[in-house]
Design a protein around this ligand. Structure first.
Ligand code: C2O
Length: 536
């Protein structure tokens, strides 16, 4: 195994999009940022220096879904595992890639800067081993995103403080462009597209004209192969697809467009394109057929096809059984510019009715390891505070979240089941719920109320997909299982964030965190904080 050293400079750059120049925050002058290419088992050291001119709290990125053995200090969500890096400051992230192959990505985890601060992380098989599918001739990241004409910080402020529906993006992008970047391939070439949804708030369909896509991995774990015309990704998710350039030599669009299961508010309905071009052809490119924006049937059929490849070990004895309602709600407010929601309210979001508040003095991980009192409580409710019925009237108690920094203790090694149930109080998007530090099995998902006796019997314990982000369907539920440990010989203790990867929902409080306690004494197993850990 190798160690890869990188330096990232976070800075403001000029970027021209949609016929105008903009100043955006980017890494090493590139947007999207650099692609890191590693092999399974390698280590990565990235020194990040922040030279962006913001005295707004931070700019940061983190490694997505990477299991960080004994080193939660490298995870990166601001105020969860570290304080922000100030302008002029720097911090070095160190982590090892363990048992993952495929595609992940990195992004800022501070305010909404990840709108432009992101890049791909390509994980190839260990030296001497190979892909569980025929070797592609070409491969490249296809990063789907959203472009904002306004500064993202002001877009974030509007979403947080106006109480009105968040502004929508001005264009969907592929590799940072609304359209027409192109790549070359020859007829017959097998191409591996590593598709990443880096959008702030938008679920996206992706398709390539005239070409079938063979799904081979999601969130950096291989899947059984299946063929599809279109894939759907929630923000945070990745999907690796193979295609064979077996059509007439020509130019074919790959395209991305919104999926909005039940949208009552406006959304960005632009189509982003990039051209897949066979060598030496100039014909008019052909657009793929993308599903209608609200085609939930296609999405459900697609996600039901995703199955793990190879050996799975789904926990069957459950130590911790959590039932968590997730969704949007409303806070009461005094009429005014910051209170534009229905009936003198503004938006909130919650898990089991707790709207998550980040600490500002120290990160949660520092508070936990250094036993600093009054930063958080550990009374996150494992079940909703009031009985929940999706099909009936949602009780008032689930409309008005209470604010808190509530964490939940898990014993190291315990097996955990979490049913995430959408409240559908305000039906908008699915909720791509991301758990830091772990992969989990998606053992079931469905619509309406989760029914324990009926639905548990139908769980897939044979070949469920393993992911780090699960798209909880609007008006439905998803059930996940994982073991609160890490494969290998070391323990994973620490504080791990779980949140909706739609930034608007996260900003409104859709998050919580787990403390994974080591039964033996965390001091022996957890690495001490790095000397350069930023202070708040
Ligand atoms: Cu990619 Cu905490 O998120």
């Amino acid at each position: 195994a190798e160690t890869h050293h990188h330096e990232f400079e976070v800075q403001e750059i000029e970027a021209r999009r949609l016929c105008r120049n903009h100043r955006i925050v980017a890494v090493n002058g590139q947007f999207p940022g650099p692609t890191l290419e590693v092999r399974n088992g390698d280590s990565v050291v990235v020194k990040v220096t922040n030279v962006a001119p913001y005295n707004v709290t931070i700019h940061w990125y983190f490694m997505h879904g990477l299991r960080q053995l004994r080193n939660p200090w490298a995870d990166g969500p601001e105020y969860v595992t570290q304080c922000p890096i100030r302008p002029g400051g720097s911090y070095t992230y160190r982590f090892t890639i363990t048992d993952q192959e495929g595609t992940l990505w990195w992004h800022a985890h501070s305010q909404w800067l990840r709108a432009t601060v992101y890049g791909a992380l390509v994980i190839r098989p260990k030296l001497g081993s190979s892909y569980p599918f025929p070797k592609p001739k070409l491969e490249f990241p296809v990063i789907l995103g959203e472009w904002w004409d306004r500064k993202v910080i002001s877009v974030q402020r509007q979403a947080l403080f106006s109480g009105a529906a968040p502004n929508i993006s001005d264009a969907i992008t592929i590799n940072g462009q609304p359209g027409d970047l192109f790549r070359c391939s020859s007829q017959g070439d097998r191409v591996l597209l590593r598709v990443i949804n880096a959008a702030l708030n938008q679920q996206l369909f992706f398709s390539v004209a005239n070409h079938k896509l063979i799904v081979v991995a999601t969130d950096a774990l291989y899947t059984k192969q299946f063929t599809t015309n279109v894939i759907m990704l929630g923000p945070g998710q990745t999907t690796d697809v193979l295609l064979t350039a077996d059509q007439q030599p020509g130019r074919y669009y790959m395209a991305a467009r919104a999926y909005e299961s039940a949208r009552n508010a406006p959304f960005d309905n632009t189509t982003a394109t990039a051209i897949l071009e066979y060598k030496s052809t100039t014909s008019q490119p052909i657009l793929p057929q993308l599903p209608a924006y609200n085609d939930t049937n296609t999405v459900t059929a697609f996600s039901n096809q995703i199955k793990s490849l190879g050996k799975v070990t789904v926990p069957t004895k459950i130590d911790e059984n959590l039932f968590i309602t997730v969704g949007l709600g409303f806070f009461n407010c005094t009429p005014g510019p910051r209170c534009q929601g229905p009936n003198n309210t503004r938006f909130g979001a919650s898990m089991n009715n707790v709207s998550f508040v980040l600490p500002r003095r120290v990160s949660l991980l520092q508070a936990y390891t250094q036993k600093i009192p009054n930063i958080y409580t550990t009374d996150f409710p494992p079940v909703p505070p009031v009985k929940f019925d999706y099909t009936g009237n949602v009780p008032r108690g689930l409309w008005q979240p209470v604010k808190g920094t509530k964490l939940y203790n898990l014993k190291f090694g315990s097996s955990v089941q979490i049913v995430l149930q959408d409240t559908s109080i305000f039906s908008t998007d699915d909720h791509p719920v991301h758990l830091h530090g772990y992969h989990f099995y998606v053992v079931g998902q469905g619509f309406d109320n989760f029914n324990p006796s009926r639905d548990t019997a139908n769980f897939n314990l044979v070949d469920p997909p393993q992911r780090n982000t699960i798209d909880v369907p609007v008006g439905g539920w998803a059930a996940i299982r994982f073991i609160a440990d890490n494969p290998g010989t070391t323990c994973e203790t620490g504080v791990w964030f779980m949140h909706c990867h739609i930034d608007a929902h996260l900003a409104w409080g859709f998050g919580m965190a787990f403390i994974v306690e080591n039964g033996v004494g965390e001091a022996e197993t957890l690495l001490p904080p790095p000397f350069d850990l930023p202070q708040c």
